[in-house]
Design a protein around this ligand. Structure first.
Ligand code: BG6
Length: 286
């Protein structure tokens, strides 16, 4: 079966390669696993909580309508990274056979009541996940279905599985302006190859080019984006991973790297009736 549905998740498997599949949890529409030719490409914590009581630690959590914690405005009372990853999405069904594509939807009726009170706007989110031979394409459509304008930020918080953080670099970020949350400073990236050797939590703003992750000098993932101008690079390293109860194993930071495509350095304003769309395509290169 190309599309298998249970009460809690959906799995797509390609007809041409049973080792190429993607599994999506309805809670958060969180992608849990993406395998290409039998090789897992996403990092999922062995301590991840999948019962809907918490956001999932790993895979691809979807951040909406706020990135991090806002200090003012209508999203400031929402939890970190908003409610989309804390809500159970509806499976709308398969929408294409090639690439194998399914769509999920989220509206005000799907949000936990306490969070709905904090952000009382009318909206529809459509999340479309397409599994190609060696690609995973995700498209987010945001619609204002109400009669007042509202603002949002969004991010695809992708946890890539990597062989060894010491051997990995990120390319495509040279000269890009960075907001560095660890050093609490702002600067332009000077490195052509961005290495990870301590805690990294940076927002690269308005990244023009494709971003790649290389391992031992070879590109392993290429990330292309439309309408997702910013790229967040995050690795919690030793101490910050110890502070997350659901980050397991404790040395898991050595085999994961978050490179997150988003629209987070500005707010996007949605007028009533307006629709906005963004896509990310990840290609597995090895
Ligand atoms: C990243 C942020 O996107 O997500 C980090 O830049 C944050 O600051 C990380 O720590 C994980 O967030 P959370 O809420 O899933 O623990």
């Amino acid at each position: 079966m190309p599309v298998e549905v249970t009460d809690t998740d959906v799995t797509l498997t390609r007809a041409d390669d049973a080792g190429t599949s993607v599994k999506i949890l309805l809670h958060g529409a969180n992608i849990l696993s993406w395998s290409v030719g039998g090789a897992e490409k996403l990092w999922l914590s062995s301590g991840a909580i999948l019962d809907g009581s918490k956001a999932v630690r790993g895979g691809v959590p979807l951040v909406f309508p706020v990135f991090g914690k806002a200090t003012s405005g209508p999203t400031s009372t929402l939890p970190q990274h908003g409610f989309a990853r804390l809500s159970t999405w509806e499976l709308l069904g398969q929408v294409a056979a090639e690439p194998l594509t399914v769509q999920f939807g989220l509206g005000p009726e799907n949000i936990p009541e306490a969070l709905r009170k904090e952000w009382p706007f009318d909206f529809t989110l459509l999340y479309t996940v397409a599994l190609g031979v060696d690609t995973l394409e995700t498209k987010l459509t945001v619609q204002n279905s109400g009669s007042v304008a509202w603002d949002f930020q969004t991010l695809l918080h992708t946890y890539f599985k990597i062989p060894d953080v010491d051997a990995v670099v990120v390319t495509g970020l040279t000269s890009v302006q960075v907001k560095d949350k660890v050093s609490k400073s702002e600067y332009a990236e000077t490195n052509t190859l961005v290495t990870i050797s301590s805690e990294v939590d940076r927002v690269y703003e308005n990244v023009a080019s494709e971003v790649t992750i290389e391992s031992s000098g070879k590109p392993i993932y290429a990330i292309s984006r439309t309408n997702l101008d910013d790229v967040v690079v995050w690795n919690p390293w030793v101490n910050a991973s110890k502070n997350m109860g659901d980050f397991k194993p404790e040395d898991g930071y050595k085999t994961m790297l978050c490179v997150e495509a988003g629209s987070v350095s500005k707010w996007t304003t949605m007028a009533p009736g307006e629709s906005w769309e963004a896509t990310e395509t990840i290609k597995a290169l090895l």
